[in-house]
Ligand binder design. Structure first.
Ligand SMILES: NC(=O)c1ccc[n+]([C@@H]2O[C@H](COP(=O)([O-])OP(=O)(O)OC[C@H]3O[C@@H](n4cnc5c(N)ncnc54)[C@H](OP(=O)(O)O)[C@@H]3O)[C@@H](O)[C@H]2O)c1
Length: 244
C-alpha cells in the first residue's frame, strides 16, 4: 500500500509519516526541504503547479497506484490584513488550497477506476472561526473545507474515501514563520501533540468520515462549533443522497 504525504519534514506531516509506516504503508514524503521521514523523500514546492504535475506523473509511472493521499503542507501568516504581504498571501493560497486541488485532480482518477483509496486533507478549526490577524489563512482553510466536503459527497458513489481533519492548536513549527515574531502566545498551553493529529489521519483513512476534529486541551472548542456541525452533517447527507 502506497501513501503520499505533503509537508512531511516537520510537525503533523512528519508524525503522520511515522504512523503510516507503522501501519505498513510505503510512504512517499514531500516538502520544500527534503524530508527524512519517508521511504522515498522528495524536495518539492507544492505551490508550483508545473512541478507538481511533472512530479505526480513520475510517481504514478513508478508506483501505478497511490492508495492514500494526505494533503497536509501548509502555513499561516500572522498580522493585520493592513500590513501583510499580498505576494505571500497568494503563495499561501497556492500552498494551502490549490496544492490539495492539484494533487487530488491528478491522483483521484486512478482511485476512481479501482473504486478504492483515501484522500485526507489537513484543514483546521480556523476554517470555522476566522480570527483577526489570521484571516487569509482562515479563508484558505474555509475553502479547503468546502472543497473537502463537496468531494466527500461526490466520491461516495465511487468508493473513494474523503476526509477533512480539523485540529485546534498543535505543537509544531507552525509559528516559526517570521510574521509570528510579535504574535501573542495565547494558545500554546492548550496545544496538543502532532501525534494526536496523525492518529486522526489514520482514523480518517479507516473510516472515511467527512470531518474529524482534534480539539485543543480545553476540549470545549468543538462544542462551540457543535450546532454548525450538526446542521452541516445533515445537509451533506442530504446533498450526497441527491447526488446518488
Ligand atoms: N499547528 C497548528 O496549530 C495547526 C492547527 C490546525 C491546522 N494546522 C495545519 O496542519 C498542517 C501542517 O502544519 P504544522 O502545524 O505541522 O506546521 P509545520 O510544523 O510548520 O509543518 C508544515 C509542513 O509543510 C511544509 N510546507 C510548507 N509549505 C510548503 C510548500 N509550499 N511546499 C511543500 N511543503 C511545504 C513544511 O516543510 P518545508 O518548510 O520544508 O517546505 C513542513 O513540512 C498545515 O496545513 C496547517 O495549516 C496546523
Amino acid at each position: 500500500m502506497i501513501a503520499l504525504v505533503t509537508g512531511a519534514s516537520k510537525g503533523i506531516g512528519k508524525a503522520t509519516v511515522s504512523l503510516l509506516k507503522r501501519e505498513g504503508y510505503t510512504v512517499i514524503a514531500i516538502s520544500r526541504t527534503k524530508p527524512d521521514s519517508g521511504d522515498e523523500n522528495y524536495a518539492l514546492d507544492v505551490a508550483d503547479k508545473g512541478k507538481v504535475l511533472l512530479f505526480v506523473k513520475d510517481i504514478i509511472s513508478k508506483y501505478k497506484d497511490i492508495d492514500v493521499l494526505v494533503n497536509n503542507a501548509g502555513f499561516g501568516i500572522y498580522g493585520s490584513f493592513l500590513e501583510t504581504s499580498l505576494e505571500e498571501e497568494e503563495y499561501m493560497v497556492r500552498t494551502n488550497l490549490l496544492a490539495p486541488i492539484y494533487f487530488t485532480k491528478l491522483i483521484l482518477p486512478r482511485m476512481i477506476s479501482r473504486r478504492s483509496g483515501s484522500i485526507v486533507n489537513v484543514v483546521s478549526e480556523a476554517a470555522y472561526v476566522s480570527s483577526p490577524t489570521l484571516l487569509v489563512y482562515s479563508a484558505t482553510k474555509s475553502a479547503l473545507a468546502s472543497f473537502t466536503n463537496g468531494l466527500w459527497a461526490e466520491m461516495r458513489k465511487y468508493g473513494v474515501k474523503v476526509s477533512g481533519i480539523y485540529p485546534g492548536p498543535v505543537k509544531t513549527n507552525f509559528t516559526s514563520h517570521p510574521s509570528f515574531k510579535d504574535a501573542k502566545d495565547s494558545f500554546s498551553r492548550f496545544s496538543v501533540e502532532p501525534e494526536k493529529v496523525a492518529r486522526a489521519v489514520i482514523k480518517a483513512i479507516k473510516t472515511g468520515k467527512r470531518e474529524i476534529y482534534v480539539p485543543s486541551k480545553i476540549f470545549l472548542d468543538p462544542y462551540f462549533l457543535k450546532f454548525s456541525y450538526i446542521m452541516q452533517s445533515i445537509t451533506y447527507r442530504i446533498v450526497s443522497k441527491i447526488f446518488e
